[in-house]
Ligand binder design. Structure first.
Ligand code: CA
Length: 220
């Protein structure tokens, strides 16, 4: 899950980024509205966390412009302006949720998981396919109820595949869900993680579509 964080307060942004990374999200951060619009166009984030008070433009204008450009993924607004008017106009302008500062990081995480579930059309924190269960709250993966140890990247890769079952994902698509901008990525990183995951998962769980990418089928 790739999150775009649009927040000009660097201290707050780095706190949120750290907490989100620890919770298994990839976070890319921008401080300005114009940079946010460029990032939304070029990297199609899964979720956007959008501060309203930005130095170059109002967050609401960013939101309206992104929606006009047919960006459909969830947007969660962050703001100090905790008034009824702002909540209503924010939701009317295409925001999916709203969080007033100051907030507890746990509440932000819970709301992101709720948006994530909405994206995946699921009502629970668990992604379950066949014998494999991935809990997005505890970051635990089990096969037939037996816990599997895995690295953070392996977890994120498996999650990316399981939240879009039956959809073939290319190496580039998976890269963007595993690594933030500017992170050093070796050219075969995804293959290496897939190789390691396959040793832990049931045979045939992750399928290779030759020349295209990888897929997990909802009925394995
Ligand atoms: Ca601000």
């Amino acid at each position: 899950m790739q999150v775009l964080l649009v927040e000009d307060n660097h201290l707050l942004a780095s706190g949120i980024s750290q907490a989100l990374r620890a919770a298994g999200f990839i976070v890319n951060h921008v401080s300005r509205g114009n940079d946010a619009l460029t990032a939304i166009k070029t990297s199609q984030p899964d979720i956007v966390i959008l501060d309203l008070g930005l130095p170059d433009m109002d967050g609401m204008a960013v939101l309206r412009s992104a929606r006009q450009d047919r960006f459909l993924n969830p947007v969660l607004i962050l703001t100090a302006r905790d008034t009824t008017f702002d909540k209503v106009s924010g939701l009317d302008s295409g925001a999916d949720d709203y969080l007033a500062k100051p907030f507890e990081i746990d509440e932000l995480l819970a709301r992101l998981r709720a948006l994530e579930r909405r994206l995946g059309g699921s009502k629970s924190n668990d992604l379950v396919i066949g014998p494999v269960c991935l809990d997005t709250k505890t970051l635990e993966v089990t096969v037939n109820n037996e816990p599997l140890g895995m690295s953070r990247r392996e977890y994120m890769l498996l999650k990316a595949l399981m939240e879009s079952p039956n959809k073939v994902q290319t190496r580039d698509m998976l890269d963007s869900k595993l690594y933030g901008w500017g992170e050093e990525v070796s050219s075969n990183a995804v293959e290496v993680h897939i190789h390691n995951l396959r040793k832990k998962l049931p045979d045939g769980f992750i399928r290779t579509v030759r020349g295209v990418g990888y897929v997990v089928k909802s009925t394995t």
